[in-house]
Design a protein around this ligand. Sequence first.
Ligand code: TTP
Ligand code: MG
Length: 402
Amino acid sequence: MDGVDKEKVQRVVYEMSKGSKYFENEERKEALIRQKIEHMRARAAKLSASDLSHYQKVADKRILELDSTRDLSRIWLHVDMDAFYAAVETLSNPSLKGKPMAVGSMSMISTANYEARKFGVRAAMPGFIAHKLCPDLIFVPTDFKKYTYYSDLTRKVFWDYDPNFMSASLDEAYLDMTKVCEERSITGAEIAEELRSRVHEETGLTCSVGVAPNRLLAKVCSDINKPNGQFVLPNDRMAVITFISSLPIRKIGGIGKVTENILKGVFGINTCEEMLQKGSFLCALFSHSSSDFFLSVGLGLGGTDTPEARFRKSISSERTFSATEDAALLYQKLADIAQMLSADMQKEGLSGRTLTLKLKTASFEVRTRAVTLQKYISSSDDILKHASNLLKAELPISLRLI
Ligand code: TTP
Ligand code: MG
């Protein structure tokens, strides 16, 4: 949004959306945030001096423990395609080049190219507002098939470098480059250059890359020199601490608008480093997992484990219904669940060898019955066959969940 007349954009967005469903929803969300802030303020105000000194000790101890887990041995890379949907559309229709365009419709746009962004047009903005901000804006309808095709091309490149690469969406991925860099004795910066040109060769599209000792930081870094750029954060404790000290909290994946507003509004936390300074409040008022996350962010820690260790070990699907002992109906429910489970498994390319049937009886007793098979299965027929055998052994029974 650099160079954008922000006040004008805000005014147009306000005037255009007043009274619309979009506006109502935005207002509802903002009211909810205000309510959450008030609630959190009230809880913070109730903390006594001795509470706070207790939680200061808790925070100090936790910060030391977390810091001792710091692993600076890995080279993680985050790739993020530039204006992805818009870039793909421009590739198939080069006449769009250089003109402001958005992918989506008058009701909502998915993304916009960089020319359109100069007018304040951005992802998840209603198209009619985007049109007002930029009257020459060209709209192109979304075409997921195309984006999936190009995403697959990028994934083939990623696979060459790290067959266990992790990808959270069509246009981004995390790659562990530690081994490649070691084997070829090259730096993170060099491998990033190479990957970017490989992606460009294979797809005709540009991407931006961040290199850092962990995934959380790599993602932040990939955004710094966008588009068609890269940023490397060295594997050095001081470099990480310095980087994090002035980093606005909103830059962190996992800190969205609501959390940002609460942290800023209640505790005055603007930068990641300030998470550590306000550690006592965070430990007093948030769950263990949330306060751990905030403190880790303050320390510049993030995921470094190899993806193999993160491979999914199980996948499940369950449904609750009004209690019934009608066996035919129960088999029907089981067939539906088998189908859903199978669809989820195919989507993730998974198969499994131990099948567990979980049941909740009409009187809320939970039972599990499992069978381990000779072969890995994933089709709904196979799932249903083995699950039906397990169910049969329990009949007659009245169930409210399978
Ligand atoms: P992003 O990577 O967030 O955006 P981008 O690739 O368009 O632009 P940038 O150069 O800043 O990375 O999202 C990737 C794609 O996901 C984007 O092209 C369209 C889609 N998308 C939506 O459909 N809705 C959204 O709100 C966002 C943010 C993205
Ligand atoms: Mg992108």
